[in-house]
Design a protein around this ligand. Structure first.
Ligand code: PRP
Length: 179
């Protein structure tokens, strides 16, 4: 099925305001220290790029990326998440903030939190732009949340349909092209 953006769920302005508020929280929490912000490819790239630029100069920020994917996306919640691209920076002793576009079942974030704990991070926190709370299968702490949204497919601001529409500046619901 071919899909196109339908309605704006979260506007560019609303995103910017929330991103800036989260960055303020991060700045005050890590004031005088340093953080390793780890963006989870590919969806988190845009959010991470905006977020780090709003963090104050009192925090030393490094940026890293990694990739994770659940085995057999169609057979959902098998509970198995593979790290398909590892970070190359040293994790040990770092204050890691995992940056995600969306949390759904929570399985990916649970696996990622374990990964950083296993690799000796001094602390691990999670920052997600969107939280589809109704879809949660496992309990996972999320320290910073942008918006809680209903269980609807969304695109834009990093999020895709079939690798398209990640570049849209706002977050949209979708509908079939012929509707
Ligand atoms: C999305 C999202 C999370 C994961 C969340 O990634 O970025 O990584 O799914 O789902 P979960 O809470 O059920 O584990 P996706 O596989 O769509 O990759 P992408 O970021 O490259 O689009």
């Amino acid at each position: 099925m071919e899909l196109k953006p339908a309605e704006v769920l979260i506007s560019k302005e609303a995103i910017a305001e929330r991103v800036s508020a989260i960055a303020k929280e991060i700045t005050s929490r890590y004031d005088g220290g340093s953080v390793l912000m780890v963006g989870i490819l590919r969806g988190a790239v845009i959010f991470l790029a905006d977020l780090v630029r709003e963090i104050g100069p009192s925090v030393e920020v490094s940026i890293e990326f990694m990739k994770a994917s659940s085995y057999g996306a169609s057979t959902q919640s098998s509970g198995k998440v593979a790290i398909t691209q590892q970070p190359t920076m040293e994790i040990e002793g770092r204050n890691v903030i995992i940056v995600e576009d969306i949390v759904d079942t929570g399985l990916t974030l649970k696996r990622l939190r374990e990964y950083f704990a296993d690799h000796g991070a001094a602390s691990v926190a999670v920052c997600v732009l969107l939280d589809k709370q109704d879809r949660r299968v496992v309990d996972v702490p999320v320290e910073y949340t942008g918006f809680v949204i209903p269980d609807e497919f969304v695109v834009g601001y990093g999020m895709d349909y079939d690798e398209k529409m990640r570049n849209l500046p706002a977050i949209f619901t979708v509908r079939p092209v012929d509707e």
